[in-house]
Design a protein around this ligand. Sequence first.
Ligand code: CAA
Ligand code: NAP
Length: 248
Amino acid sequence: MSNSKKRTVLVTGATGGLGTAMCKKLYNDGFNVVGNYHTKEKADKWMEQMKSEGFNIKLFYGDVADFDSSAEMIKKIEAEVGTIDTLVNNAGITRDSRLVNMKKEDWYAVINTNLNSVFNCTKNVLDGMIERKFGRIINISSVNGQRGQFGQTNYSAAKSGMHGFTKSLAMEVAKYGVTVNTISPGYIGTDMVMAVPEKVLNQIVAQVPMGRLGGTHEVAHLVSFLASEETSFITGANYSINGGQHVY
Ligand code: CAA
Ligand code: NAP
């Protein structure tokens, strides 16, 4: 990959399972990587671990569910590190339950963190990308946004919404050299998936033709591919990465 210009990538939710793997892969592939964190305690441990492994990656606080917090974070990154070439909208949460039992708070928390966050962060980096005639927006959706999942009306709605956002924005900014794509992972072995009751998870894995959970490095590889210079004609696309769990 030709990253002689050292493109800067911002990964939201960097301290999570997928975010960590993305940061490492992008760093190893020659990008200037900046991460976003939410919980201070988690961020401190993460920084220590990354330093010990030889990764030089700065973390910036931001609640991506909140527009002003996202704007402030991006301003700070631009002042301290420089302009953002690639944004990976990765932060996300689940609050699973059947709709009959779902609390109003769990609906809004999931929509705000998984979907409104995409607006909150993208809106604050887009003008600069358009001006500089280069940008990569990579939205981390889910297989459960493509097909729905029992107990996930909130999450599926948010993740489906990301597809509409991706397709529409891709059309709006194509002529400025800014690409917008979605990745839809299946079940990957992170804390988020490990929170699913074991019995339920075993049933889910049994439906995956590859018979296993995905690895975080497998998704990270796809992120780095989409962040590269050479993917300049790929936009408005959705990449499934699910071990064959959902083919269509
Ligand atoms: N399909 C059909 N019926 C189901 C079902 C399913 N998948 N799961 C449960 N049911 C039925 C049960 O059989 C039961 O029926 P009866 O009342 O007739 O006996 C009824 O629903 C209630 O079952 P529970 O008591 O288990 O329901 P609950 O409300 O306590 O829990 C749940 C439901 C929270 C959705 C739980 O099943 C669960 O956690 N499921 C996993 C959801 C999931 O896949 N989450 C993914 C998280 S990771 C992630 O999201 C990452 C990603 O992008 C892939
Ligand atoms: P994870 O390990 O739980 O990590 C989620 C990250 O998001 C954490 O760093 C978390 O930080 C951060 N976050 C949560 N709320 C935030 C907020 N308001 N502002 C900023 N950051 C926030 O989950 P993961 O599996 O890596 O998931 C990453 C993304 O992939 C999510 O969007 C998820 O929906 C998606 N995805 C995951 C899978 C999977 O199987 N794992 C499959 C498909 C899609 P704190 O913990 O500090 O709050």
